[in-house]
Design a binder for this molecule. Structure first.
Ligand code: SAH
Ligand code: SF4
Ligand code: F3S
Length: 489
């Protein structure tokens, strides 16, 4: 496991190997300010979960805890969990067994489950996993100090209340695993989309947007500390909507509310902070991404030319069964709009699911042909994993045999490899503006960073350091990485 932690923790996104799991695990860093108790937090799942762990750490630092990077020296262990696929939950269960063995020799050790698995299983976690003391869902982190004192008092503690308003806007996250150059900012929580395969609407609750002024203040604060790139996070950023008059989406959708800030306007506000602050965002939903957003990207040099636009499938009947609310033609129209408004070099990536309920061989071929049309720079690829309680689990049979799902996934991965290489080769011979993120994984003598389209570029260190922008002439590439030399500035 420790090796897995190490591998996944440091891999840049585009270099992850199998891509069956989109994310690895992140562990808390050492913060020692002489407080009496120590927290160790391990986070699984998506960037939003990692971002939540930074909020949890901030709340815990206010409550008399320092953080540690080793579970062995902790008084409290938190696992911030993911439920997106069966495998994600299994990983956490295995970790619990490991931590339980530590508890035998240290009876005072407190173990808490946070995040999506906490929300999905609630009190059941206490029954199923005897070693858990505390269960806290994604909207109950302000309550952690109280829950901890309940456990100190000898009872188990649970809060899985989902809120329509909580955005943690006033909590200043403690940056974990930070390279000091790039950071994530949550701009919304929850999801109202109800894709039939997906557990997120159940674990994260209703969609709500965060006050744009708090987003801008956080981004400005990061820039002043030396950060040079922020990624705005939400399950569906294109449906971001905020008004000073109301504080939840249901009210927002009633007539008569003026003064609404939409996602394009938020992007502009963040981009206006400073030309040297790069702005990225994730995830865009094909049904909601507007030309206004694309024009905002095209107009602003510092909003990166990269869009994560998960298709999930290339077949209209399957998309309908997935309740994605767009069809193949609509998706292709959005890709064409990206290429014409921003330009052909704009990076586009996707998520794909192989072997969703009732998917036929021909329908799978449509996914492959969509990939041929778009030529994604990168994709996260999965085989379908049924999640209890979702629309698909209730309405459809998970009828594609596992070997078939795996074979289709392999075909999708193989195609993506070809396209990634093809797309990277187009960059050889060109000069790219790179924001340096740190030392390359393979050599101390080399640095790495990304271009606007989110491609990792490795080059000789020279006199450069992280946080700087440099122009790099790309001379070679693999499917995952571009290699080059610093060009005249
Ligand atoms: N909000 C994002 C996705 C968040 S979940 C969006 O709408 O695109 C990340 C990815 O996990 C999804 O895009 C999907 O490809 C995958 N995923 C979600 N549920 C899954 C399931 N039950 N089985 C396999 N993959 C799943
Ligand atoms: Fe899940 Fe769909 Fe919401 Fe994404 S948009 S989080 S896939 S329900
Ligand atoms: Fe997983 Fe929850 Fe994110 S289910 S993918 S951690 S929103």
């Amino acid at each position: 496991m420790d090796q897995i932690i190490k591998d996944l923790d440091i891999l840049p996104r585009s270099e992850e190997k199998a891509q069956e799991e989109s994310c690895g695990v992140k562990i808390s860093k050492e913060v020692n300010t002489g407080k009496t108790r120590k927290l160790y937090i391990e986070s699984y799942g998506c960037q939003m979960n990692f971002s939540d762990s930074e909020i949890v750490t901030s709340i815990m630092h206010q409550d008399g805890f320092d953080t540690t990077a080793t579970a062995e020296s902790a008084d409290v262990i938190f696992l911030n969990t993911c439920s997106i696929r069966e495998k994600a939950e299994q990983t956490v269960r295995n970790r619990l067994v490991h931590f339980n063995s530590m508890k035998k020799s240290r009876p005072g050790l407190m173990i808490g489950i946070l995040g999506c698995m906490a929300e999905r299983l609630k009190e059941k976690l206490l029954e199923e996993e005897k070693m858990v003391d505390l269960v806290a869902g994604p909207d109950s982190y302000r309550d952690l100090p109280k829950l901890i004192s309940e456990v100190d008092g000898g009872t188990k503690a649970v809060n899985t209340f989902l809120s329509r308003e909580e955005t943690y806007a006033d909590i200043s996250p403690v940056r974990l695993n930070s390279n000091g150059v790039t950071a994530f900012i949550s701009i919304m929580r929850g999801c109202d989309n109800m894709c039939s395969f997906c557990v997120v609407p159940f674990t994260r609750g209703r969609e709500r947007s965060r006050d744009p002024h708090s987003v801008v203040a956080e981004a400005r604060g990061l820039f002043e500390q030396g950060f040079r790139e922020v990624t705005l996070l939400g399950q569906n950023v294109d449906s971001y909507k905020w008004s000073p008059e109301v504080n939840n989406k249901a009210q927002l959708e009633k007539k008569g509310v003026s003064d609404i800030v939409n996602f394009a306007e938020l992007l502009q506000m963040v981009a206006d902070i400073h030309p040297d602050l790069r702005v990225r965002f994730s995830t865009s939903h094909p049904k909601d991404i507007t030309d206004e957003v694309l024009h905002t990207i095209a107009r602003n040099e510092n909003i990166c030319d990269y869009i994560h636009l998960p298709a999930q499938s290339g077949n209209t009947r399957v998309l309908n069964q997935m309740n994605r609310t767009y069809d193949r033609d609509w998706y292709i129209n959005r890709v064409d709009a990206i290429r014409s408004i921003i330009g052909p070099e704009c990076g586009i990536s996707s998520d794909m699911i192989a072997g969703f309920c009732t998917e036929t061989e021909e329908e799978h071929q449509d996914t492959l042909s969509l990939m041929d049309y778009v030529k994604y720079d990168f994709s996260y690829m999965f085989f379908y994993s049924e999640r209890p309680g979702t629309l698909a689990a209730r309405k459809f049979t998970d009828d594609v045999p596992l070997e078939v799902k795996k074979r289709r996934l392999q075909e999708i991965i193989a195609k993506q490899q070809i396209h990634s290489l093809e797309r990277n080769k187009l960059e050889v011979g060109k000069i790219h503006r790179v924001l340096i993120e740190g030392t390359s994984r393979k050599s101390e003598e080399q640095l790495q960073g990304r271009n606007s389209a989110n491609k990792v570029i490795v080059f000789d260190r020279g006199n450069h350091q992280k946080g700087e922008y440099v122009n790099v002439l790309v001379t070679d590439c693999t499917a995952a990485t571009l290699f080059g030399q610093v060009a005249e500035q």
